[in-house]
Design a protein around this ligand. Structure first.
Ligand code: HEC
Length: 154
C-alpha cells in the first residue's frame, strides 16, 4: 500500500514522497556508519583513556597528577597544568564547560601571558573523541564528585 494512502487518502504524490523521505532518512544516516553515527555514539571510556595517554599526559601526567605546585603561578606567571583526579578541580566544571576548555583551549584569566596555556584540541580531536576523554576523566573522581559534576551538567 503506498505511504500516501496510509497517511491520508487525499495526500498528493509529492507529499507522499516527502513523508517517505522523512521516514527513511534516519535509517540511511544510521547505516552510513560515518561521522554522523560516530557523533551520536555514547562516549567510550577506553577510547577516552587512549586519547588522554596520547594527548594529555605530557602536561597533566600519566596518573593525571598535574604539575608540582599547580596551585600557584609559575616563574613565567602562568598557572601550571592542574591534576584531573580527585585532588584537582576538574570535577567542578560541567560537561559543557569541560568540552569547551578542551575544544577551544583555556587560560587562567590572571596569567601574566595571553597565550592559551591549555591548548585547543578542536582541530585534532572530533567532538566524539573530546566527549570520550571527558568521560575518562570522570573515572578519576570520587563518587561524590561525580554526583556533584552530574548535577552541574544538567
Ligand atoms: C601543553 C600542555 C597541556 C596539554 C598537552 C594539555 N593540557 Fe589541559 N591544561 C594545561 C594547563 C596549563 C591548564 C591550566 C590552564 C589555566 O588554568 O591557566 C590546563 C587545564 C585543563 C583543564 C581545566 C581543568 C580545571 O580543573 O580547570 C582541562 C579540563 C584540561 N586541561 C584537559 C586537558 C585534556 C583532556 C588534554 C588532552 C586532550 C589536555 N588538557 C592537554 C596544559 C595542557
Amino acid at each position: 500500500m503506498p505511504v500516501a494512502t496510509l497517511v491520508n487518502g487525499r495526500l498528493s504524490m509529492n507529499k507522499g514522497i516527502y513523508l517517505l523521505a522523512l521516514l527513511v532518512a534516519p535509517v540511511l544516516a544510521d547505516a552510513s556508519g560515518g561521522a554522523a553515527s560516530a557523533n551520536s555514539a555514547p562516549p567510550d571510556v577506553a577510547q577516552g583513556r587512549q586519547i588522554y595517554e596520547q594527548y594529555c599526559t605530557a602536561c597533566h601526567g600519566w596518573q593525571a597528577e598535574g604539575a608540582a605546585n599547580w596551585q600557584k603561578l609559575d616563574e613565567k606567571g602562568e598557572m601550571p597544568p592542574p591534576p584531573h583526579d580527585e585532588t584537582g578541580h576538574t570535577w567542578r566544571h560541567s560537561d559543557a564547560m569541560l568540552f569547551r576548555m578542551i575544544a577551544e583551549g583555556w587560560r587562567y584569566p590572571f596569567n601574566k601571558s595571553d597565550r592559551l596555556t591549555m591548548p585547543a584540541f578542536g582541530e585534532s580531536l572530533t567532538d566524539q573523541e573530546i566527549a570520550a576523554v571527558v568521560e575518562y576523566l570522570k573515572t578519576l573522581w570520587t563518587e561524590e564528585q561525580r554526583e556533584y559534576q552530574a548535577t552541574e551538567s544538567q
